[in-house]
Design a protein around this ligand. Structure first.
Ligand code: NAP
Length: 468
């Protein structure tokens, strides 16, 4: 009976996971997606717990309590820290898979040679390698994003690095094959420990040459490793639910990484081995062309006279936490009958959906949001493009400068608007470390300062400064 309940629950939980992923595709249904995922996971845990093989209920309660102790504070981190929070979740998932693999091997030893089929041993080795490399890789990625002092942000590279890295992974794989073929050898336990050690080391080595700003993409790739590790664990534990949940997790992580790489016009190998972030900076454009500055009053007048304003938010809006002020400005402008749209670049900010989440937090209607492909044809009709802390995603060099690290990356065509108002604090470049001619073109005016403060001043100008 409990076995049948277990099977039925597995089907229901899997269906809920699939619906959850589908609903999360759209802001309208995203909340429902989250609830479906949580309910699916609760059903999966409950259905597994009631199985007759589960006898140590005290340990499970302890594990759940430990999960709450770690999980609740993690859920309270600010939105800007969500990428590293996600990395920590993957680290825990990877560690759990790795430890389950090791424990299962030792349990099988007590149950006799019949347990050791080549298939199950192969799955166990894959589970352990992927689990432990995800653990250290994700910890490193979280550390880089959190800017932990003793983990360098910049890519650390040295000659022959890829050979060393592949050598470590290759050694783990060779040891794994030997172990699969001789699981009952007296040195079996030591071989497994060796595999664990090499996988832990590989996770660290994999992340060292990647720059801090590439971590969101790497985290998404590690997400797919964690998912694949769960698939292998499903085969080890003979749990179809784990296989399907892991496959969904692994494939969604992979799809997300592909979307991010495409939106940056970069390949997987370029992200993993390209040491992005060490690119040479070109001569500061400030030396060659003039940056024109606009006052708050002047900017407010430009906005006031516009019919269509396209707001282009970027990483700087997240840093400044300016989204609520942006909402106030949106209210002021729409109250005056202006059309205000938000142009969302798929890799604006530092994580997928970064801008959508911030704007949703400030209750900006999602109907005002437009994807890049939708808004670009309208940019020549746009009276004011208001760039808020965005840089690379509006850099025309992506269209014109062959050899630029962002050449070929699709951008939002802010430069085609009639007027551009750009908010940033300095003349420093953005993530790719390159100059941006948008800021010095004839119809661009800079509003230097922190995005929250500048937008706040604009709002004040509209509210009380005579612009009614
Ligand atoms: P960006 O190119 O990094 O530029 C952000 C700009 O914001 C900077 O030029 C900075 O200039 C400004 N800024 C920072 N803090 C600010 C503040 N408090 N107030 C006002 N301005 C501030 O960002 P982006 O245009 O959003 O492009 C995202 C980049 O990240 C792309 O290159 C993308 O490929 C990469 N990336 C994205 C993802 C993702 O999933 N979204 C993942 C990996 C990589 P100042 O310092 O002068 O203020």
């Amino acid at each position: 009976m409990t076995a049948a309940v277990g099977r039925l629950s597995a089907v229901i939980a899997t269906a809920l996971f699939i619906f959850a992923l589908n609903w999360m595709n759209d802001p309208k249904t995203a909340r429902r997606g989250v609830i479906a995922g949580v309910v699916g996971m609760a059903i999966a845990v409950g259905a597994t717990w009631i199985q007759p093989e589960i006898v140590h209920h005290g340990w499970i309660l302890l594990a759940i309590a430990a999960g709450f102790v770690v999980g609740i504070p993690l859920s309270l981190v600010p939105l800007t820290a969500v990428p590293q929070r996600t990395a920590l979740s993957h680290a825990f998932g990877g560690l759990a898979a790795g430890l389950v693999g090791v424990a299962e091997y030792h349990l099988w030893l007590g149950e006799g040679a019949g347990r050791f089929t080549t298939f199950r041993m192969g799955a166990l080795v894959i589970e352990v390698i992927l689990g432990f490399l995800t653990f250290t890789g994700s910890l490193m990625a979280a550390g880089k994003l959190q800017e932990v002092r003793w983990i360098p942000q910049r890519p650390v590279t040295y000659p022959g690095q890829n050979v060393v890295n592949l050598g470590v992974l290759g050694a783990a794989a060779v040891l794994g094959v030997v172990f699969v073929l001789h699981p009952l050898a007296t040195w079996g336990g030591s071989a497994l420990l060796g595999i664990c050690g090499l996988a832990l080391l590989f996770g660290v080595l994999l992340i060292i040459p990647i720059g801090g700003a590439d971590m969101p993409t790497v985290i998404s790739i590690l997400n797919s490793y964690a998912g694949l590790s769960a698939v292998a664990m499903g085969f080890v534990l003979n749990s179809m639910l784990l296989v399907t949940a892991g496959a969904l997790d692994g494939s969604s992580g992979l799809i997300l990484s592909i979307i991010m790489c495409r939106a940056m016009n970069r390949s997987f190998t370029n992200v993993l081995f390209g040491a992005f972030g060490t690119v040479q900076k070109t001569k500061a454009i400030g030396e060659q062309k003039e940056w024109k500055q606009e006052s708050i009053e002047g900017a407010a007048q430009l906005l006031e006279q516009a019919r269509l304003v396209v707001v282009i938010p970027g990483y700087g809006m997240a840093v400044a936490q300016a989204q609520h002020k942006v909402r106030e400005l949106y209210d002021q402008l729409t109250k005056r009958g202006l059309e205000v749209r938000f142009a969302i670049h798929p890799v604006a900010g530092r994580m997928p959906g970064h801008m959508n989440v911030l704007l949703a937090e400030a209750n900006i209607p999602y109907t005002a949001l437009a994807e890049m492909d939708e808004i670009n044809p309208e940019m020549p009709q746009c009276d004011v493009a208001l760039v808020i802390g965005a840089n690379d995603v509006v850099n025309p060099a992506a269209r014109t400068v062959k050899g630029s690290p962002i050449y070929g990356m699709p951008i939002i065509d802010a430069d085609k608007a009639k007027t551009v108002l750009a908010i940033k604090r300095s003349k420093n470049p953005g993530f790719a470390g390159i100059d941006n001619d948008l800021y010095v073109q004839d119809n661009t005016w800079m509003l230097f300062g922190d995005a929250k403060a500048v937008i706040g001043d604009l709002v004040k100008q509209f509210a009380g400064g005579g612009l009614h």
